[in-house]
Design a protein around this ligand. Structure first.
Ligand SMILES: [Zn+2]
Length: 191
């Protein structure tokens, strides 16, 4: 038996909808159904503390006037999840003006030159470019992005990116396998 007040069942009249009208997140599928069916829109209004949220959803807006935010004092709330619209926008790094035009972009993570050279490295790697090193049973491929794949089938080692191996593990392996130490030094590692 379900606890009283439980909403975890769909009224028979609404079972044909693919998204239940009591979801905590409102998506464009909710919007499409609410525009087509007033009963569905009323069920959406009944399940939210903010009828304005459903009005905004139907109108195609992404925010509505809701409760004041404890952090920034703004009253705009996001239709999707009732989060503070302004705090979420700041977190994303870009801001819009009253007409929804972008007025500030998120800070760049890379300089333009850095971005171009990273693209170039990735493209060369996709094209199959690499330098191969060998030492005994061990072989390594140095890729343009800096990735070093190391392989030694005799010892069941086939690592796609040796940079991700912890330093202590690398020292341990190098002590056991002098060929690996030689190989890494040939690839330019200072060990
Ligand atoms: Zn806020």
């Amino acid at each position: 038996m379900k606890p009283s007040g439980s909403r975890n069942s769909v009224p028979a009249a609404l079972r044909h909808y693919q998204v239940p009208p009591y979801a905590s997140k409102l998506t464009r599928r909710h919007r499409d159904f609410a525009r087509a069916d007033e009963a569905y829109a009323n069920h959406l209004r009944a399940q939210t503390a903010y009828p304005a949220r459903v009005d905004a959803l139907i109108a195609g807006r992404t925010w509505f006037e809701g409760r004041e935010c404890a952090t920034c004092g703004g009253t705009r709330r996001r239709v999707y999840n009732v989060g503070c619209y302004d705090c979420q926008q700041l977190g994303r790094g870009f801001q819009t003006d009253a007409k929804g035009r972008c007025v500030a972009l998120p800070p760049a993570k890379l300089s333009r030159d850095g971005w171009l050279s990273r693209n170039d490295e990735r493209r060369r790697e996709m094209a199959g470019e690499y330098i191969e090193y060998r030492s005994g049973e061990w072989s390594a491929r140095q890729y343009p992005t800096g990735r070093l794949s190391v392989r030694c089938l005799g010892h069941h080692i086939d690592n796609a990116d040796f940079r991700t191996v912890p330093g202590s593990r690398i020292f341990q392996l190098c002590e056991q396998h002098p060929d690996l130490l030689t190989l890494l030094r040939r690839a330019g590692w200072s060990i």
